[in-house]
Design a protein around this ligand. Structure first.
Ligand SMILES: Nc1nc2c(ncn2[C@@H]2O[C@H](COP(=O)(O)OP(=O)(O)O)[C@@H](O)[C@H]2O)c(=O)[nH]1
Ligand SMILES: [Mg+2]
Ligand SMILES: [Zn+2]
Length: 300
């Protein structure tokens, strides 16, 4: 059989599940040690003689990549070719808006759409402060949804936004990503994901990502919980580009290479002082800038 272009729909460390152009799902391993396919990748694959496994021989160029820095400060891909990031927080564990901002920054830099989900409204923990954060995101143009994956409240509106896209659901561990996906994924596909996870139990400790068809068309990737996510950023100036309102204000800074930290004539700081830019969002920017600067020192 000739090689085929397949889509990576699940990764379990170095084992993959592929969807062939025929729609059939097969399991695959990877040729050599250099290739690192992730969910959403388009790959070249060929059947292996007298085996059920297929072999991935190449990864097609990616439209975009969701990545984070690894321990050596280099970019490690988590998923590829996505249209939209659904960033999930919840009543419990307590929302970490800094993590939300870092995912939103990643979305900007990879030219993907993004929206914010506050899950577990049924816990009645959505106070004025959280409500204000959600309103701030809406003001910036990010749709924000307060939902309960358990009761189904608000899920329909979220579902309507994701339909037809290739979306990835991201956020801290325990916020309800998998529960949300179980609600919105096409029913038959959920069982497939379960089987693959179970079959792998004991052999591989990490089930990384799974991509499932959405009931309303398109597909959704359930990503692993990454603790303290931050985007992999090569160019420090990209940190500011990842915050829409900061990118928009930066044109007014006195210096074209303004870092918006302590420079005189900084339009961003000015906007923070007069309340046009949220002080909390600015603090997110500042922290990520410092972190990215530190990580870039690590790279040889
Ligand atoms: N009360 C409540 N619990 C939820 C909701 N969504 C998920 N959970 C619970 O939160 C826990 C973590 O959910 P899970 O989907 O595994 O989170 P993930 O780590 O983000 O994938 C589980 O015990 C879920 O039952 C919700 O809307 N309300
Ligand atoms: Mg999960
Ligand atoms: Zn500035």
């Amino acid at each position: 059989m000739p090689p085929e272009t397949a889509v990576v729909t699940a990764t379990f460390s170095r084992r993959m599940r592929l969807r062939l152009p025929s729609g059939e799902s097969v399991e695959a391993r990877i040729k050599g040690k250099r290739l690192r396919p992730v969910c959403g990748d388009r790959v070249e694959a060929e059947p292996i003689e007298r085996e059920a496994d297929w072999l991935i021989t190449a990864i097609h160029p990616r439209r975009n990549t969701l990545s984070r820095p690894n321990l050596r400060g280099r970019a490690e891909a988590l998923a590829a070719n996505v249209d939209l990031l659904a960033v999930v927080t919840a009543g419990a564990p307590a929302p970490d808006w800094y993590v939300v901002d870092r995912y939103l920054c990643a979305a900007e830099l990879m030219a993907a759409e993004a929206l914010v989900v506050y899950n577990k409204v049924d816990l009645d923990l959505l106070g004025a402060e959280q409500q204000r954060e959600l309103d701030d995101y809406r003001q910036l143009g990010y749709p924000a949804f307060a939902i309960s994956a358990t009761t189904g409240e608000g899920v329909e509106q979220l579902d309507a936004h994701l339909a037809g896209t290739t979306a990835i659901v991201v956020g801290q561990s325990g916020v309800g990503k998998s529960t949300i996906i179980n609600r919105i994924a096409a029913e038959a596909s959920q069982r497939t994901a379960e089987i693959s996870e179970k079959r792998d139990e004991g052999r591989h400790t990490t089930v990384n990502s799974v991509m499932l068809p959405l009931a309303g068309g398109g597909e959704v990737i359930d990503s692993p919980g990454v603790r303290d996510y931050s985007p992999a950023i090569d160019d420090l100036r990209d940190v500011g580009r990842g915050f829409r309102e900061i990118a928009a204000a930066a044109g007014g800074c006195r210096f074209s290479d303004c870092r918006h930290l302590r420079e005189p004539g900084c339009a961003v700081k000015h906007a923070v002082d007069d309340g046009t830019i949220s002080g909390r969002r600015y603090e997110s920017y500042r922290r990520l800038y410092v972190l990215t600067d530190k990580l870039s020192d690590k790279r040889p």
